[in-house]
Design a protein around this ligand. Structure first.
Ligand code: 16G
Ligand code: ZN
Length: 541
């Protein structure tokens, strides 16, 4: 009873504003911070404690709203290996978030009984340990206060990391949970994170040189100060390292976050942030507000803006890893594959399958789907076109790479590069900073300019449109969102339209984050892609 009283007392300051409904979506809860998010965060604290007992491990909580405007915020849970909360628990999170203060203690008890049903006594007595971090939004501190109130109420122990990027928090969770095991991931400190990455970078860069500089736009988010910190650990250009020009790293002006800058701006507007001073052919990249997404771009000699999105980073990584695996003599032992969503440009899929001769798997949108599919390969490269992505190495791959004895210097070099890649890449989740360093390394290794990278294949012209509909829930898909099963007859109509276009491809799906349906179309020419998108949009309207 003391516990239940504590829960009730703790949540008292955080009622649900009238009529609010919350949902644990693709990337956790996300909304305007002043619409009762502290209530939601409190319930996430309760759920995290139960989850920690259930898994007998440390659970992570990240407070961020990624690329959303400055007044938004959000919260998501991170499972023990640094992956996203198991899907079957998303429903519990939603139920608890929508529970009124009066019923909270009861709901908590009910959830404990339901989820810790196995050996309820032992599980209840287990300690619950939680780690958490947040981005730079001004609503952060008050949300952390609500979170701590929940953790205190249920007697959980916790560590507050303060500011972290989302992928840094994922990294910490995995480090804490693998300490003193054969799978130790690293030291669970920021210093440990930077050292691991910098050491891997130095190994993989041995004998190679990065040409020119890279301008990194940090969306005025938490990635800015963290990237500045990492730079202190990296060799400078003069030392054979890297020249990173950090821009949009102002975290003191809250309203600047994600405003006219960042990965989402660049990807949606198809242009460089106005603040960028980069000249023609200079390498640029943009992170998002919590640094888990990155896209590259440059302005070519004719002044045309060129985007190298997640598809391009994926193919770049695959080219490199396949080549290293071959040089290491491990092509037959390591099954390398790519995971994309339906949004991946058709030309990238064709390039991977026909030129690189690697398998491609397509999954529904959302990092967790891609992540799970990638885990089925020895080396699984996954990226969404919007820049979310990473590369996973299976235990078998890690073991094979680390235990193979090289027979000549070439093979040793390849094995060392693969081994360093395992450490350079943040395998828990897409990490803009780590992905950027990896892309830089691969470009250096291949001595590729941005033009070279762009010319590996030619993107099919495409068009994405957002369609307002009366009720998006009637739009149901199959085949990794590529076909509509409902409303009836719509897919037949789309298939018929697509058949009229050379290299035509199109699909419609309900957004998981906005009240709208998205239509994607690609075809041989820009004109055709636009016409196809328009016609398909008319079908779903
Ligand atoms: C979320 C997803 C992102 C996906 C996007 C799709 C995570 C961490 N984030 O932001 O991967 O691309 O939703 O949005 O999974 P949509 O459903 O509105 O098209
Ligand atoms: Zn993000």
């Amino acid at each position: 009873q003391a516990l239940l009283d504590a829960i009730n007392a703790g949540i008292a300051p955080y009622p649900i504003p009238d009529g609010r409904k919350y949902g644990y979506g693709t990337a956790g809860f996300r909304m305007k911070a002043n619409l009762g998010l502290n209530h939601v965060v409190y319930t996430v604290g309760l759920l995290a404690a139960i989850r920690a007992k259930k898994r007998n491990a440390t659970i992570g909580i990240m407070i961020t709203a990624s690329h959303n405007p400055a007044e938004d915020n959000g919260v998501k849970l991170v499972d023990p290996m640094g992956d996203m909360l198991e899907q079957s628990w998303e429903g519990y999170a939603t139920v608890l978030a929508n529970t009124s203060n009066e019923e909270m203690a009861q709901a908590y008890e009910h959830l404990v009984n339901e989820t810790l049903v196995d050996e309820i006594r032992q599980l209840q007595d287990r300690p619950a340990n939680i780690v958490f971090g947040r981005d730079t939004r001004t609503s952060g501190p008050s949300l952390i206060k609500a979170l701590k109130a929940a953790l205190d109420a249920v007697g959980a122990t916790y560590h507050d990391y303060g500011y972290l990027t989302t992928p840094q928090l994922h990294y910490m969770v995995r480090c804490v949970n693998t300490q003193n095991t054969p799978y130790a991931f690293g030291e669970a400190t920021e210093d440990g994170y930077y050292k691991k990455m910098a050491n891997a970078f130095k190994t993989i860069m041995y004998g190679r040189k990065i040409h020119g500089s890279v301008t990194a736009d940090c969306a005025n988010g938490v990635g800015g100060p963290k990237l500045q910190e990492l730079i202190k650990y990296l060799p400078t250009a003069a030392e054979g390292g890297i020249d990173i020009k950090v821009i949009n790293d102002d975290v003191l002006k809250p309203e600047a976050l994600n405003f006219d800058c960042g990965a989402d701006y660049v990807k949606t507007k198809q242009k460089a942030p106005p603040s960028s001073k980069a000249g023609p052919n200079e390498r640029c990249c943009s992170l998002d507000g919590d640094a888990d997404r990155v896209v590259y771009y440059f302005t070519d000699s004719n002044g045309v803006f060129r985007l190298l999105d997640g598809d391009r980073i994926a193919t770049l990584g695959a080219v490199f890893l396949a080549e290293m695996a071959e040089k290491a003599g491990l092509s037959d032992k390591l099954k390398i594959g790519l995971v994309q969503t339906a949004y991946a440009n058709g030309a990238s899929t064709e390039y991977v399958e026909k030129v690189l001769k690697l398998p491609v798997v397509v999954t529904p949108t959302g990092v967790k789907h891609l992540h799970h599919a990638a885990a089925r390969f020895d080396i699984g490269v996954y990226f969404e076109a919007n820049g979310h992505g990473t590369i996973l190495f299976s235990d078998n791959a890690t073991k094979t790479i680390r235990e193979t004895q090289p027979k000549n210097p070439g093979q040793k070099h390849a094995l060392d590069s693969l081994s360093a890649s395992i450490d350079l890449i943040n395998q828990t989740v897409g990490d803009a900073i780590s992905d950027m360093l990896f892309a830089e390394v691969v470009l250096a290794h291949k001595a590729w300019t941005m033009e070279n990278w762009l010319n590996t294949y030619i993107d099919l012209p495409n068009r994405l449109v957002r369609v307002e509909v009366h009720d998006r829930s009637i739009f149901k898909t199959e085949d990794a969102e590529r076909k509509l099963v409902s409303p009836k007859g719509a897919q037949e109509e789309i298939t018929r339209l697509v058949s009229n276009y050379t290299k035509g491809r199109s699909f419609a799906r309900a957004s998981g984050t906005e009240d709208a349906v998205r239509v994607y179309a690609e075809a041989y020419s820009k004109h055709e892609a636009e016409a196809l998108a328009k016609h398909v949009a008319d079908v779903v309207k």
